[in-house]
Design a protein around this ligand. Structure first.
Ligand code: NDP
Length: 277
Protein backbone atom coordinates (compact mmCIF):
# COMPACT_ATOMS: atom_id res chain seq x y z
CA UNK A 1 0.00 0.00 0.00
CA UNK A 2 1.22 3.47 -0.84
CA UNK A 3 2.21 6.08 1.72
CA UNK A 4 -0.39 8.82 1.70
CA UNK A 5 1.39 12.16 1.46
CA UNK A 6 -0.83 14.05 3.89
CA UNK A 7 -0.84 17.68 2.83
CA UNK A 8 -3.45 18.59 5.40
CA UNK A 9 -1.36 17.43 8.36
CA UNK A 10 1.91 18.73 6.87
CA UNK A 11 0.36 22.15 6.20
CA UNK A 12 -0.97 22.24 9.76
CA UNK A 13 2.54 21.53 11.09
CA UNK A 14 3.96 24.28 8.88
CA UNK A 15 1.30 26.76 10.00
CA UNK A 16 2.05 25.88 13.63
CA UNK A 17 5.75 26.56 13.09
CA UNK A 18 4.93 29.92 11.49
CA UNK A 19 2.51 30.83 14.32
CA UNK A 20 5.14 29.97 16.92
CA UNK A 21 7.76 32.08 15.16
CA UNK A 22 5.43 35.08 14.95
CA UNK A 23 3.89 34.83 18.43
CA UNK A 24 5.51 37.19 20.90
CA UNK A 25 8.16 38.24 18.36
CA UNK A 26 6.69 41.66 17.67
CA UNK A 27 6.37 40.73 13.99
CA UNK A 28 3.02 41.31 12.28
CA UNK A 29 3.39 40.33 8.62
CA UNK A 30 0.61 41.86 6.52
CA UNK A 31 -1.08 40.36 3.47
CA UNK A 32 -3.38 42.29 1.12
CA UNK A 33 -5.68 40.27 -1.12
CA UNK A 34 -7.41 41.99 -4.03
CA UNK A 35 -10.64 40.42 -5.18
CA UNK A 36 -12.27 41.69 -8.37
CA UNK A 37 -15.93 40.83 -8.87
CA UNK A 38 -17.95 38.16 -7.06
CA UNK A 39 -16.84 34.81 -8.52
CA UNK A 40 -17.94 32.26 -5.84
CA UNK A 41 -14.80 30.10 -6.13
CA UNK A 42 -12.53 33.15 -5.81
CA UNK A 43 -14.56 34.29 -2.80
CA UNK A 44 -13.92 30.93 -1.08
CA UNK A 45 -10.17 31.09 -1.85
CA UNK A 46 -9.92 34.66 -0.49
CA UNK A 47 -11.84 33.74 2.68
CA UNK A 48 -9.52 30.75 3.23
CA UNK A 49 -6.46 32.96 2.84
CA UNK A 50 -7.81 35.52 5.33
CA UNK A 51 -8.65 32.78 7.83
CA UNK A 52 -5.18 31.24 7.45
CA UNK A 53 -3.58 34.65 8.11
CA UNK A 54 -5.64 35.23 11.25
CA UNK A 55 -4.76 31.77 12.60
CA UNK A 56 -1.00 32.47 12.51
CA UNK A 57 -1.19 36.06 13.79
CA UNK A 58 -0.76 37.91 10.48
CA UNK A 59 -2.61 41.07 9.55
CA UNK A 60 -4.72 40.64 6.42
CA UNK A 61 -6.79 43.02 4.39
CA UNK A 62 -9.22 42.32 1.60
CA UNK A 63 -9.74 44.91 -1.10
CA UNK A 64 -12.89 44.14 -3.05
CA UNK A 65 -13.36 45.87 -6.38
CA UNK A 66 -16.41 45.70 -8.66
CA UNK A 67 -16.29 43.33 -11.66
CA UNK A 68 -16.32 46.30 -14.05
CA UNK A 69 -13.39 48.08 -12.38
CA UNK A 70 -11.00 49.74 -14.84
CA UNK A 71 -7.48 48.49 -15.42
CA UNK A 72 -6.21 51.89 -14.25
CA UNK A 73 -8.06 51.75 -10.92
CA UNK A 74 -6.85 48.21 -10.30
CA UNK A 75 -3.23 49.16 -11.02
CA UNK A 76 -3.56 52.26 -8.81
CA UNK A 77 -4.84 50.02 -6.01
CA UNK A 78 -1.77 47.80 -6.34
CA UNK A 79 0.56 50.82 -6.40
CA UNK A 80 -1.00 52.20 -3.21
CA UNK A 81 -0.44 48.82 -1.50
CA UNK A 82 3.19 48.80 -2.73
CA UNK A 83 3.79 51.95 -0.66
CA UNK A 84 2.15 50.73 2.56
CA UNK A 85 4.50 49.86 5.41
CA UNK A 86 2.00 47.53 7.08
CA UNK A 87 1.59 45.39 3.94
CA UNK A 88 4.36 42.86 3.15
CA UNK A 89 2.53 40.70 0.63
CA UNK A 90 0.09 41.57 -2.15
CA UNK A 91 -1.86 39.16 -4.27
CA UNK A 92 -4.59 39.61 -6.78
CA UNK A 93 -6.97 36.65 -6.86
CA UNK A 94 -7.07 35.16 -10.37
CA UNK A 95 -8.79 34.74 -12.76
CA UNK A 96 -9.69 38.37 -13.48
CA UNK A 97 -12.67 39.47 -15.59
CA UNK A 98 -11.74 39.33 -19.28
CA UNK A 99 -11.34 43.10 -19.79
CA UNK A 100 -8.44 43.13 -17.30
CA UNK A 101 -4.87 41.99 -17.93
CA UNK A 102 -3.51 39.76 -15.16
CA UNK A 103 -0.05 40.20 -16.65
CA UNK A 104 -0.24 44.00 -16.20
CA UNK A 105 -1.53 43.68 -12.65
CA UNK A 106 1.20 41.22 -11.67
CA UNK A 107 3.82 43.48 -13.26
CA UNK A 108 2.58 46.38 -11.09
CA UNK A 109 3.18 44.49 -7.82
CA UNK A 110 6.47 45.31 -6.11
CA UNK A 111 8.46 42.06 -6.64
CA UNK A 112 9.42 42.16 -2.94
CA UNK A 113 5.71 41.98 -2.05
CA UNK A 114 4.80 39.46 -4.78
CA UNK A 115 3.95 36.55 -2.46
CA UNK A 116 2.50 34.47 -5.31
CA UNK A 117 5.93 34.80 -7.02
CA UNK A 118 4.29 35.41 -10.40
CA UNK A 119 6.21 38.64 -11.19
CA UNK A 120 8.81 38.34 -13.97
CA UNK A 121 11.57 39.28 -11.51
CA UNK A 122 10.68 36.39 -9.21
CA UNK A 123 10.18 34.00 -12.16
CA UNK A 124 13.61 35.09 -13.45
CA UNK A 125 15.25 34.55 -10.08
CA UNK A 126 13.76 31.06 -9.99
CA UNK A 127 15.11 30.32 -13.46
CA UNK A 128 18.58 31.51 -12.41
CA UNK A 129 18.46 29.44 -9.24
CA UNK A 130 18.47 32.44 -6.90
CA UNK A 131 14.87 32.69 -5.74
CA UNK A 132 13.77 34.45 -2.57
CA UNK A 133 10.05 33.86 -2.93
CA UNK A 134 8.79 30.68 -4.64
CA UNK A 135 5.44 30.03 -6.36
CA UNK A 136 3.20 28.56 -3.65
CA UNK A 137 1.96 25.34 -5.26
CA UNK A 138 5.30 23.95 -6.53
CA UNK A 139 7.04 25.14 -3.35
CA UNK A 140 4.37 23.34 -1.31
CA UNK A 141 5.03 20.14 -3.25
CA UNK A 142 8.77 20.43 -2.62
CA UNK A 143 8.09 20.95 1.09
CA UNK A 144 5.84 17.88 1.14
CA UNK A 145 8.51 15.74 -0.60
CA UNK A 146 11.15 17.07 1.84
CA UNK A 147 9.08 16.34 4.93
CA UNK A 148 8.39 12.79 3.75
CA UNK A 149 12.13 12.32 3.06
CA UNK A 150 11.57 11.66 -0.64
CA UNK A 151 14.91 12.16 -2.32
CA UNK A 152 14.92 13.88 -5.72
CA UNK A 153 18.64 13.69 -6.54
CA UNK A 154 19.18 11.65 -9.71
CA UNK A 155 15.52 10.64 -9.96
CA UNK A 156 13.56 10.68 -13.21
CA UNK A 157 10.88 13.34 -12.74
CA UNK A 158 8.03 13.86 -15.19
CA UNK A 159 5.79 16.93 -14.92
CA UNK A 160 2.60 16.83 -16.98
CA UNK A 161 1.55 20.47 -17.56
CA UNK A 162 3.60 23.56 -18.37
CA UNK A 163 1.65 26.48 -16.89
CA UNK A 164 3.55 29.44 -15.46
CA UNK A 165 1.87 28.86 -12.11
CA UNK A 166 2.49 25.13 -11.65
CA UNK A 167 4.18 23.08 -14.40
CA UNK A 168 7.14 25.27 -15.35
CA UNK A 169 8.20 26.32 -11.83
CA UNK A 170 7.68 22.73 -10.64
CA UNK A 171 10.10 21.49 -13.29
CA UNK A 172 12.68 24.13 -12.30
CA UNK A 173 12.49 23.27 -8.59
CA UNK A 174 12.92 19.55 -9.30
CA UNK A 175 15.86 20.37 -11.58
CA UNK A 176 17.45 22.46 -8.81
CA UNK A 177 17.30 19.40 -6.57
CA UNK A 178 19.13 17.40 -9.24
CA UNK A 179 16.15 15.56 -10.68
CA UNK A 180 16.29 14.59 -14.36
CA UNK A 181 13.19 16.40 -15.51
CA UNK A 182 10.87 15.94 -18.49
CA UNK A 183 7.98 18.35 -19.04
CA UNK A 184 4.94 17.09 -20.99
CA UNK A 185 2.03 19.04 -22.45
CA UNK A 186 -0.86 18.71 -24.88
CA UNK A 187 1.49 18.26 -27.89
CA UNK A 188 3.54 15.50 -26.25
CA UNK A 189 3.56 12.29 -28.26
CA UNK A 190 3.11 8.93 -26.56
CA UNK A 191 2.62 10.53 -23.18
CA UNK A 192 2.08 7.25 -21.34
CA UNK A 193 5.50 5.94 -22.44
CA UNK A 194 7.09 9.03 -20.86
CA UNK A 195 5.04 9.07 -17.64
CA UNK A 196 5.87 5.37 -17.16
CA UNK A 197 9.55 6.29 -16.85
CA UNK A 198 8.90 8.59 -13.87
CA UNK A 199 10.21 7.90 -10.39
CA UNK A 200 8.39 11.09 -9.41
CA UNK A 201 5.31 11.99 -11.48
CA UNK A 202 3.59 15.37 -11.07
CA UNK A 203 0.19 15.79 -12.73
CA UNK A 204 -0.90 19.41 -13.28
CA UNK A 205 -3.30 19.04 -16.19
CA UNK A 206 -6.76 20.03 -15.00
CA UNK A 207 -8.53 16.94 -16.39
CA UNK A 208 -10.28 14.57 -13.94
CA UNK A 209 -8.68 11.09 -13.68
CA UNK A 210 -6.32 11.89 -16.56
CA UNK A 211 -3.45 9.76 -15.18
CA UNK A 212 -4.52 6.13 -15.31
CA UNK A 213 -2.82 3.06 -13.83
CA UNK A 214 -1.15 2.07 -17.11
CA UNK A 215 0.64 5.47 -17.20
CA UNK A 216 2.44 4.96 -13.89
CA UNK A 217 5.51 2.88 -13.04
CA UNK A 218 5.25 0.49 -10.09
CA UNK A 219 6.74 2.10 -6.98
CA UNK A 220 6.60 5.68 -8.33
CA UNK A 221 5.82 8.76 -6.22
CA UNK A 222 2.73 10.48 -7.61
CA UNK A 223 1.82 14.10 -6.93
CA UNK A 224 -1.67 15.14 -7.98
CA UNK A 225 -2.04 18.91 -8.37
CA UNK A 226 -5.42 18.77 -10.11
CA UNK A 227 -8.47 20.36 -8.51
CA UNK A 228 -11.36 19.33 -10.68
CA UNK A 229 -15.03 18.49 -10.32
CA UNK A 230 -16.12 15.03 -11.44
CA UNK A 231 -19.43 14.23 -13.15
CA UNK A 232 -21.16 14.32 -9.73
CA UNK A 233 -19.66 17.70 -8.83
CA UNK A 234 -17.24 16.10 -6.34
CA UNK A 235 -13.71 17.49 -5.99
CA UNK A 236 -11.18 15.20 -7.69
CA UNK A 237 -7.63 15.30 -8.94
CA UNK A 238 -5.90 14.57 -12.25
CA UNK A 239 -4.98 11.05 -11.11
CA UNK A 240 -7.30 8.03 -11.04
CA UNK A 241 -6.46 7.54 -7.37
CA UNK A 242 -8.31 4.26 -6.80
CA UNK A 243 -6.52 2.53 -9.70
CA UNK A 244 -3.08 4.15 -9.25
CA UNK A 245 -2.66 4.02 -5.46
CA UNK A 246 -2.18 0.22 -5.12
CA UNK A 247 0.86 0.20 -7.42
CA UNK A 248 2.82 3.27 -6.24
CA UNK A 249 5.06 3.93 -3.23
CA UNK A 250 3.55 7.30 -2.28
CA UNK A 251 0.72 9.51 -3.51
CA UNK A 252 -1.10 12.72 -2.60
CA UNK A 253 -4.85 12.54 -2.09
CA UNK A 254 -7.33 15.08 -3.45
CA UNK A 255 -8.56 16.78 -1.36
CA UNK A 256 -5.98 16.94 1.43
CA UNK A 257 -2.77 16.76 -0.63
CA UNK A 258 -1.28 19.66 -2.56
CA UNK A 259 -4.14 22.14 -1.91
CA UNK A 260 -3.52 22.79 1.81
CA UNK A 261 0.24 23.09 1.16
CA UNK A 262 -0.39 25.94 -1.28
CA UNK A 263 -1.98 28.19 1.36
CA UNK A 264 0.66 27.27 3.96
CA UNK A 265 3.37 28.35 1.49
CA UNK A 266 1.56 31.65 0.93
CA UNK A 267 1.91 32.29 4.67
CA UNK A 268 5.57 31.29 4.53
CA UNK A 269 6.15 33.68 1.61
CA UNK A 270 4.42 36.53 3.47
CA UNK A 271 6.68 35.94 6.47
CA UNK A 272 9.72 35.81 4.18
CA UNK A 273 8.63 39.07 2.49
CA UNK A 274 8.28 40.68 5.94
CA UNK A 275 11.77 39.55 6.94
CA UNK A 276 13.29 40.59 3.61
CA UNK A 277 11.92 44.09 4.02
P1 NDP B 1 -3.43 25.14 -17.04
O1 NDP B 1 -4.74 24.91 -17.72
O2 NDP B 1 -2.84 26.49 -17.06
O3 NDP B 1 -2.35 24.12 -17.63
C1 NDP B 1 -2.68 22.79 -17.92
C2 NDP B 1 -1.53 22.12 -18.58
O4 NDP B 1 -1.91 20.79 -18.89
C3 NDP B 1 -1.10 22.77 -19.89
O5 NDP B 1 0.29 22.93 -19.93
C4 NDP B 1 -1.60 21.81 -20.96
O6 NDP B 1 -0.78 21.73 -22.11
C5 NDP B 1 -1.55 20.50 -20.23
N1 NDP B 1 -2.49 19.56 -20.84
C6 NDP B 1 -3.80 19.74 -21.07
N2 NDP B 1 -4.32 18.67 -21.70
C7 NDP B 1 -3.31 17.79 -21.86
C8 NDP B 1 -3.20 16.50 -22.45
N3 NDP B 1 -4.25 15.92 -23.00
N4 NDP B 1 -2.00 15.90 -22.43
C9 NDP B 1 -0.93 16.48 -21.88
N5 NDP B 1 -0.96 17.71 -21.31
C10 NDP B 1 -2.15 18.36 -21.30
O7 NDP B 1 -3.64 24.63 -15.55
P2 NDP B 1 -2.83 24.93 -14.19
O8 NDP B 1 -1.42 24.54 -14.34
O9 NDP B 1 -3.16 26.29 -13.71
O10 NDP B 1 -3.59 23.92 -13.22
C11 NDP B 1 -3.57 22.52 -13.44
C12 NDP B 1 -4.49 21.86 -12.43
O11 NDP B 1 -4.00 22.13 -11.13
C13 NDP B 1 -5.93 22.37 -12.44
O12 NDP B 1 -6.80 21.31 -12.09
C14 NDP B 1 -5.95 23.40 -11.33
O13 NDP B 1 -7.23 23.60 -10.75
C15 NDP B 1 -5.01 22.76 -10.34
N6 NDP B 1 -4.35 23.68 -9.43
C16 NDP B 1 -4.31 23.30 -8.13
C17 NDP B 1 -3.67 24.06 -7.20
C18 NDP B 1 -3.62 23.59 -5.81
O14 NDP B 1 -3.30 24.35 -4.91
N7 NDP B 1 -3.88 22.30 -5.56
C19 NDP B 1 -3.05 25.36 -7.55
C20 NDP B 1 -3.08 25.64 -8.98
C21 NDP B 1 -3.72 24.82 -9.87
P3 NDP B 1 -0.58 22.97 -23.14
O15 NDP B 1 0.36 23.92 -22.45
O16 NDP B 1 0.00 22.34 -24.33
O17 NDP B 1 -1.95 23.56 -23.35
Amino acid sequence: MAILLDGKATAAALRQEIAEEVKGSGMTPGLAVILVGDDPASRIYVNNKKKACAAVGFYSEEITLPADVSQETLIDTVKALNKREDIDGILCQLPLPSHLSDRAVIAAIDPKKDVDAFHAVNAGNLLRGTPSILPCTPAGIMELLFRYHIDIDGKRCVVVGRSNIVGKPMALLLLQKNGTVTVCHSHTRDLAAITRTADILVAAVGVPHFITADMVKAGAVVIDVGMNRDENGKLCGDVDFAAVEPQVSAITPVPGGVGPMTIAMLLKNTLTAYKNR
